[in-house]
Design a protein around this ligand. Structure first.
Ligand SMILES: *Cc1c(COP(=O)(O)O)cnc(C)c1O
Length: 366
């Protein structure tokens, strides 16, 4: 066999670790019923309006979509309360993250400032783009270290990335603190706020800087339809960016990354306020339940502004994870985030939440 060479960075790549799928666990343990609370998906599934929109447009699947999805951009801008020229849609917000790294970072020169225990995409993209990845440490309670991030940034920092609400801790930065950070960063350094879970932060105006977007010159907010809107499988996200930056990224991007059905689904998802509000109430209710009940089982919990809760069980997390799997419940162990003693569980339906808590109680008492 011929050895095919690749860029040296690729040889020792730590790949993205996804949550296990229901089908994997059904096969492995011979189970019929499996509950997945591992990937922060919408407990209510996909909105009925979205499903109808996909069916209605199925026959159009042979057509290319309109590049940059102008109709969807218009709807997103109206929903977020920002001008249309600030909005860039992508194949999941992961695509926007990838684009930002490739288009803002200069290989071998730029650095990117993140904090410990954060979303794996940032490190992967930095490595792939040949950018230095600066990881700011966090305290024992995992507070978001915004001051230390400002200190870590220098004239070669392409961007500082804050996930707020944070995955996996669930903690969120306040809008005032984010404004201060945006203001003190070096000239030409972006503050990227990954708002994948912002819809669950309450009240939203205390957390999202988007409402004052016109006051910032270096702010990028990333949002997604994967969580609150239930479209994870269709891959749809967006960025809210300074208009000049959005225009440059548009020029340089791969065409048609947002497919036609995702576009129609996104439009329908924004229209379905009933489904969206129902999602919020299920999530808020489940989050309160977890935050009240998990400590009674001896678990340490972190306050959450998200659709999941992170906890540290009184027994080794890996064994608790395995025991839950054997009972057909998939949660997310956090070793790949560098938090080997912790587990992340997302809110499910009311029934799923109860089953999870009852099963966990049996495991911890057994
Ligand atoms: C889920 C998630 C995203 C978004 O993912 P997409 O499905 O690509 O839109 C982005 N950042 C964080 C921290 C996430 O947890």
């Amino acid at each position: 066999m011929r050895e095919i060479s690749v860029r040296p960075e690729i040889l020792d790549f730590a790949p993205y670790v996804p949550g296990l799928t229901i089908e994997q666990i059904q096969r492995q343990y011979g189970l019929t019923t499996v509950i997945k609370l591992a990937s922060n998906e919408n407990p209510l599934g996909a909105s009925p309006l979205v499903q109808k929109a996909i069916e209605r447009n199925a026959a159009r699947a042979f057509r290319y979509p309109e590049n940059h999805s102008p109709m969807l951009v218009k709807a997103i801008a109206a929903n977020a309360g920002v001008p249309e020229d600030c909005v860039l849609v992508g194949n999941g917000s992961d695509e926007i993250i990838d684009m930002l790294f490739r288009m803002k970072g200069i290989p071998g020169k730029s650095n990117v400032v993140c904090y410990e225990h954060s979303f794996a995409m940032y490190r992967m993209c930095a490595k792939l783009c040949g950018l230095e990845y600066r990881e700011v440490p966090r305290g024992p309670e995992l507070e978001l270290p915004l001051d230390a991030m400002a200190e870590a940034a220098d004239e070669n920092t392409a961007m500082v990335i804050v996930t707020s609400p944070d995955n996996p801790s669930g903690l969120a930065a306040g809008v005032e603190d984010l404004s201060v950070l945006a203001g003190v960063l070096p000239k030409d350094c972006l503050l990227v706020v990954d708002e994948a879970y912002i819809e669950f932060a309450w009240p939203p105006e205390s957390y999202s800087p988007v409402q004052a977007f016109d006051k910032f010159e270096n702010l990028v907010c990333l949002r997604t339809f994967s969580k609150a809107y239930g479209l994870a499988g269709l891959r749809l996200g967006y960025g809210i960016l300074p208009p000049k930056l959005a225009a440059l990224l548009k020029n340089a991007r791969i065409p048609f990354t947002v497919n036609l059905l995702a576009e129609e689904a996104g439009l329908a998802a924004l229209e379905d306020e009933v489904f969206f509000n129902e999602t919020l109430s299920v999530v808020m209710r489940g989050r309160e339940l977890f935050l009240t009940e998990l400590p009674k089982l001896g678990c340490k919990v972190w306050p959450s502004q998200s659709n999941f809760v992170m906890f540290e069980p009184p027994k080794p997390a890996q064994s608790v994870f395995k025991a839950l799997l054997e009972k057909g419940i998939i949660v997310r162990p956090l070793a790949s985030f560098g938090l080997g003693s912790c587990i992340r569980v997302n809110v499910g339906t009311d029934a799923e939440n109860r089953i999870f808590l009852d099963t966990l109680r049996e495991i911890l008492n057994g």
